[in-house]
Design a protein around this ligand. Structure first.
Ligand code: ADP
Ligand code: ASP
Ligand code: MG
Length: 442
């Protein structure tokens, strides 16, 4: 069985929904995972934010506006009146439950998650109904019946495996099962989600539990590019990446994949193919367990980084200093991304600043501390980077951009640089020029 996931743009218009039908309407048995239509989750978040700050009228207005957009899609997509009225009934029901959430008196994160879940419920209902109208063998597979996370917010694989099969057995037979990405239940059964962009992760979790032959992620670009196309010109699609390379790039900000996407696939070596819904013939990117080729393959950047410089008050040869520093971060469950040291100081970066004040209080008991916010990590990823001839080009940018930290040699596959976020786009473009000067488009 195959798993195919379609992102927000892929299901974001009537034209693209029809294109999705072209791609999935083949005889093979498959599970199709959908995101919400492009823009919907952001709008639902705006509604939830308005409710949180007590702006209920604004929230209700935003919901009415969004409902109008859906009405228009339904008008265009459904020609058969009986199906149109059934889908309209469902969509109206979803918007009344949003309205109920807007009016709740005890607002909490549960309300936010309830509101956010509606986008995927809408898109899957709409596509399933459209395929029914077109006499395609299809059935809706509700994700909330099987997708669950545990107390640590990890996928509860055993539960998911048991319940996905149980759900399918209880449904009428079909060639295509359509399910919601992103949404799930928590260990108490409350509606939750896999974090923004989480539909990619849903697809690979399902792929792993059903031991799919492959997982395809269909998006709005022709695969993984060698730099962030939102900020850099002339980026190119990469034919192949290993799980490690893709995971590192996704973790360090490549928006094309949710950071945890490849993890479920590792154990079973299930290939992940990134494809373009808007250009079906484009080759895309194949991601497998094996690394191919050498050298730097791609660059990504992650914003929202805070850098801490921690200087030992006792100066030289103060043993135990680093271990004391690490213990503090550990006790506040704060992960460190980058680290560089000298004899008397250590610089490190974090992205979770929830406990920063408490960490700073502890550190200043035995060290001098300076904190820089609004930093970005730029990450260069590839295979056997340190041994590759092109790597030295990287240092050419040092003269043009103020690099706050550099991490080289920690692994053969990664070089990380820390720059102020205001310098990030310039650094990315310069790196593109230096590292991929004669890019050959295959
Ligand atoms: P979807 O809604 O299909 O999940 P996303 O918007 O989450 O799509 O991801 C696709 C987008 O990721 C692209 O349109 C592109 O702007 C952005 N992106 C960022 N970095 C990269 C990269 N290295 N390669 C390809 N796309 C990237
Ligand atoms: N709709 C969700 C989001 O916008 C999940 C996803 O698109 O993958 O984050
Ligand atoms: Mg995405």
């Amino acid at each position: 069985m195959q798993v195919l996931k379609f992102g927000g743009t892929s299901v974001g218009s009537v034209q693209n929904l029809k294109q999705v039908r072209e791609i999935i309407d083949t005889p093979e048995l498959k599970i199709v995972v959908l995101s919400a239509m492009a823009g919907t989750t952001n709008k639902l978040l705006q509604i939830a934010d308005a409710v949180r700050i007590g702006e209920r009228t604004l929230a209700a207005d935003l919901a009415i506006q969004l409902q109008k957009e859906y009405d228009q899609v339904l008008e265009e997509l459904f020609t058969e009146l009986s199906i149109l009225s059934k889908v309209r009934g469902y969509v109206d029901g979803i918007f009344s439950s949003i309205e109920n959430s807007i009016q709740v008196t005890n607002f909490s994160t549960i309300t936010v998650d309830e509101i956010l879940s509606k986008g995927e419920l809408l898109s899957t209902w709409i596509l399933t109904s459209y395929l029914e109208q077109e006499n395609v063998s299809v059935c809706l597979l509700p994700a909330l019946d099987f997708m669950r996370i545990d107390m640590h917010k990890e996928p509860d694989t055993f539960y998911i495996q048991q319940n996905i099969y149980r759900s399918i057995e209880n449904l009428p037979p079909a060639h295509i099962y359509i399910t919601q990405g992103f949404i799930c239940r928590d260990y108490e059964g409350k509606v939750s989600n896999l974090q923004r962009g989480g539909s990619d992760y849903t697809a690979t979790i399902i792929g792993a539990v059903i031991k799919a032959t492959s997982v395809q992620i269909w998006t709005d670009i022709d695969g993984f590019h060698n730099n962030d196309p939102r900020f850099v010109e002339e980026t190119h699609s990469i034919a192949h990446l290993s799980y490690d390379e893709a995971a590192e790039l996704a973790y360090f900000g490549a928006k094309i994949l949710h950071p945890l996407t490849v993890e479920p696939l590792r154990q079973y070596k299930i290939p992940l193919h990134l494809k373009n819904t808007l250009d079906v013939k484009a080759r895309g990117t194949m991601i497998t367990h094996k690394a191919k080729g050498k050298g730097i393959k791609a660059i990504a950047a992650k914003d929202g980084i805070t850098a801490l410089k921690i200087k030992s008050a006792r100066m030289l040869q103060a043993h135990g200093f680093l271990s004391n520093v690490f213990k503090i971060f550990d006790s506040y469950e704060t992960a460190i991304d980058m680290i560089t040291t000298s004899e008397i100081a250590v610089s490190l970066t974090i992205d979770n600043t929830q406990n920063l004040e408490k960490i700073a209080n502890e550190l200043t008991k035995f060290a001098l501390l300076s904190i820089d916010r609004a930093q970005s990590i730029i990450c260069l990823v590839g295979n056997q980077i340190s041994a590759d001839k092109s790597t030295h080009h990287l240092f050419n940018i040092l003269k043009d951009v103020d690099i706050r930290m550099i991490s080289y040699g920690g692994s053969k596959n990664n070089i990380s640089l820390l720059v102020a976020t205001k310098d990030k786009n310039r650094a990315l473009s310069l790196l593109q020029e230096y590292v991929f000067p004669h890019e050959i488009v295959i």
